[in-house]
Write a protein that binds this ligand. Structure first.
Ligand SMILES: [Zn+2]
Length: 145
């Protein structure tokens, strides 16, 4: 006897079933909605493609469920930011070399949006790493341009 696809499907109440899972018809909007509901279960983190596929396939089935979930997760902003954690660490932290000459290794920063005093509203900070000397230069914001 030839096994047909129809025999795998069953009908229970209002749903068409395939292997005890609800068969989802070719409705792109519905598939996206189901994926979205399973994706948004956890607000704090993205479970990733395999976990969401597993969650969806516990109750639903359609042709190309993996592809649909992958497409959805690939567009997930949170997942894109989290997946970098899987990478190997960059390596050991290395201390900076001790400078040998004065004014060769500097740190520069600005303190901006200060109240206007003597027509100055910004402080330029220049710090020399060797002698640990700091210079404060008052200036006006935007004078570097
Ligand atoms: Zn996600």
């Amino acid at each position: 006897m030839k096994k047909t696809r129809v025999k795998i499907l069953g009908i229970e109440e209002d749903s068409v079933l395939k292997e005890r899972k609800i068969y989802v018809p070719k409705d792109k909007e519905l598939k996206t909605k189901i994926t979205q509901l399973h994706h948004d279960v956890s607000v704090a983190e993205c479970n990733g493609r395999w976990k969401i596929t597993d969650l969806v396939m516990r109750n639903y089935w359609w042709l190309g469920v993996n592809k649909e979930v992958r497409k959805y997760v690939d567009n997930c902003d949170l997942y894109q930011r989290m997946k970098n954690r899987m990478k190997m660490p960059a390596g050991k932290l290395m201390a900076n070399k001790v400078p040998k000459k004065l004014w060769t290794h500097l740190m520069v920063d600005f303190i901006i949006k200060l109240p206007l005093v003597a027509e100055k509203d910004t402080i330029l900070i220049v710090y020399d790493r060797l002698f640990k000397v700091t210079h404060f230069v008052t200036t006006i914001e935007g004078t570097a341009n």
